[in-house]
Write a protein that binds this ligand. Structure first.
Ligand SMILES: [Zn+2]
Length: 265
C-alpha cells in the first residue's frame, strides 16, 4: 500500500497521518436501514452510499491530498416504511441536528467545504444546507448519488425504477453479490396514483410503502444486471470524484462558489 492511501478515510487513518495533511473537503455519507424488497439487504443504502463515498474520495485523493471521507451515518428518514419489520426511522429533525453537530466539529477543525452524500430518497438535506450556511461559515453541497447519471438511468434500469428495484439490485450484484437472493425478489409492481397531477410528478406526496405492495419495492420490469450496475457506479464515482477534486482546489473567495472573470481559468 502506498504511503498515504488511507489518509482520506477517517475511519481508518490516524492522528499521525492527519497531522501531515491540510484537509479542505469533508464528505459525509448518509444511508438508511429499511426493507429492500425480499432479496436485498436492509443496509443496502449504507452499503452503496459508503462505497460511492469511499471510491469517489479515493480517486479524488489522487488529484488532491486534502479530502476526508467520514464514516457513513447508517439511519435515515423511514416513517413511511415502518410497516416492514426492523425498518429503522430517524426523523429529519434529528438527522439535521446530528449533522449540524458533525459539521460544527468539522468547522472547528478548519473545514469549510462539506459534501453530504445522500443515498436514501427519504432524506432531504437541502433545507439544512441553506440554514447551516447562514449560521456557520461553511459551504454545504448536497448530492443524491443515484441521480448523478440521470440521463442514462432510465435507459439502463427502466422508467419508474425506484426503491429496491433494478438499479439497486444491479449495484448490489457488484458490491455484495453474496447478499443478493434474486430468487426471492418480488416484482416491485405498484398501483398508480389516482390523480393525474401526482402521476405526472408536479404534485408530490409521501407514499406509505405498505400500500404499494407487500415487499417494499417500486421497480421497473427491467432485469437487474451486474454489468449495468458496474457501468452506473463507474459513471457516478467518476463524476463525484472530479467534483471533489475541483472543490478542493477552489479557494473560498468572495464569489465562491460562483464563477467570475477573476476566477475563470
Ligand atoms: Zn435503497
Amino acid at each position: 500500500m502506498a504511503e498515504d492511501t488511507s489518509a482520506w478515510d477517517l475511519k481508518y487513518t490516524n492522528l499521525d497521518r492527519i497531522r501531515q495533511h491540510r484537509y479542505e473537503v469533508a464528505v459525509i455519507p448518509v444511508g438508511a436501514v429499511e426493507a429492500h424488497n425480499h432479496h436485498l439487504p436492509e443496509g443496502m443504502d449504507v452499503i452503496h452510499t459508503e462505497y460511492v463515498a469511499r471510491e469517489s474520495c479515493r480517486r479524488a485523493w489522487e488529484q488532491s491530498q486534502s479530502i476526508i471521507c467520514l464514516p457513513a451515518i447508517p439511519f435515515g428518514v423511514d416513517c413511511n416504511l415502518l410497516a416492514f419489520p426492523l425498518t429503522i426511522h430517524v426523523s429529519q429533525k434529528t438527522l439535521d441536528a446530528y449533522l449540524t453537530e458533525i459539521i460544527q466539529s468539522l468547522r472547528k477543525h478548519g473545514l469549510r467545504k462539506i459534501v453530504i452524500l445522500n443515498g436514501h430518497g427519504g432524506n432531504d438535506f437541502k433545507p439544512l444546507a441553506r440554514q447551516i450556511q447562514y449560521e456557520l461559515d461553511v459551504h454545504v453541497f448536497v448530492c443524491d448519488w443515484w441521480k448523478v447519471g440521470k440521463e442514462i438511468y432510465d435507459t439502463l434500469f427502466g422508467k419508474g425504477d425506484d426503491h429496491g428495484g433494478a438499479m439497486e439490485t444491479s449495484a448490489a450484484m457488484v458490491l455484495c453479490p453474496e447478499c443478493v437472493e434474486l430468487d426471492k425478489a418480488g416484482p416491485g409492481t405498484t398501483p398508480p396514483f389516482r390523480f393525474e397531477a401526482l402521476r405526472q410528478g408536479w404534485i408530490y406526496t409521501s407514499r406509505d410503502f405498505s400500500k404499494l405492495n407487500d415487499h417494499c419495492s417500486a421497480s421497473s420490469n427491467v432485469a437487474p444486471d451486474a454489468d449495468k450496475g458496474r457501468q452506473y457506479l463507474e459513471l457516478v464515482c467518476g463524476r463525484i470524484s472530479r467534483f471533489l477534486a475541483e472543490l478542493a482546489a477552489s479557494p473560498i473567495d468572495t464569489a465562491f462558489p460562483l464563477q467570475t472573470d477573476s476566477n475563470t481559468p
